[in-house]
Design a protein around this ligand. Structure first.
Ligand code: 6GU
Length: 237
């Protein structure tokens, strides 16, 4: 997978050299290029913003540098992180993980001139995505989040493919609590059932914990959980 990231703060992306994303890059599964938007300015001050038409607070990113930057990186799927985007989900991560070329455009200030997005959409798929109902300074941190969600789904990045099928959101429920050694810590015991060796009972316990957690923390997820996926024992829990 090829990824181009365009930002006025290329230094924000140093963490993409670490951990499993860094490893995916060195092993050749992932090719990331970070571009400074100011490369495509022509004035001495390398200006990327201007006042909004129609008035109002803040500044808007000028279309000319963005147009040239997007021309330079070529066609792919353009992702624009924005508080006005559609909510980014695990399903989006799966869809994007199938693609050969992603382009991230990081807006700052009040956003990018809308014509940049409309112009790009005339030649490539464009997704404006939001991470949640709060406002960040810019799209940079959101790109790191979205990259993590996608890159961990690329074949060969995670050692154990089971960790993808077992995890929260894969099954539409939150995962159950996890424990490791020691069995007793600060007088707190690991639930006896997990140490019983009875794999049927352990699976039942984990499923109950998932259902209880999801119902209490994410009633929105529980409300859309397909009734067909609930068995008789689930209904009792
Ligand atoms: Cl993706 N970008 C920005 N700038 N703010 C956000 C966001 C994204 N998601 C929530 N707030």
């Amino acid at each position: 997978m090829r990824v181009d990231i365009i930002s006025i703060f290329p230094e924000y992306f140093a963490p993409l050299e670490l951990s499993l994303i860094g490893k995916a890059r060195t092993t050749g599964l992932l090719d990331v290029a970070v571009h400074d938007l100011r490369t495509w300015t022509s004035d001495v001050h390398r200006t990327v913003d201007d006042t909004p038409y129609g008035g109002g607070p803040g500044m808007v990113m000028r279309p000319e540098p963005w147009g040239q930057a997007l021309d330079a990186v070529g066609e792919g799927t353009l992702i624009v992180p924005s508080p006005v985007g559609r909510p980014f989900t695990q399903a989006d991560a799966h869809e994007l993980a199938e693609l050969d070329h992603l382009i991230f455009a990081c807006g700052r200030y009040e956003g990018i001139d809308q014509r940049v997005i409309d112009d790009a959409a005339a030649r490539m798929p464009v997704r404006e995505v939001s991470l949640g109902d709060y406002v960040l300074f810019g799209g940079e941190v959101a790109v790191i989040v979205i990259m993590e969600a996608i890159v961990r789904l690329l074949p060969g990045v995670l050692g154990n493919a089971d960790s993808l099928t077992e995890e929260s959101h894969a099954a539409g429920l939150l995962e159950s609590p996890v424990y490791t050694k020691p069995a007793s810590w600060r007088s707190r015991e690991v639930p006896e059932i997990l140490r019983s060796g009875d794999h049927g009972k352990i699976a039942r316990w984990r499923r109950d914990q998932s259902l209880l957690r999801t119902a209490s923390r994410r009633p929105d997820m529980m409300a859309v959980y397909p009734a067909d996926n609930l068995d008789k024992k689930d209904r009792k829990a």
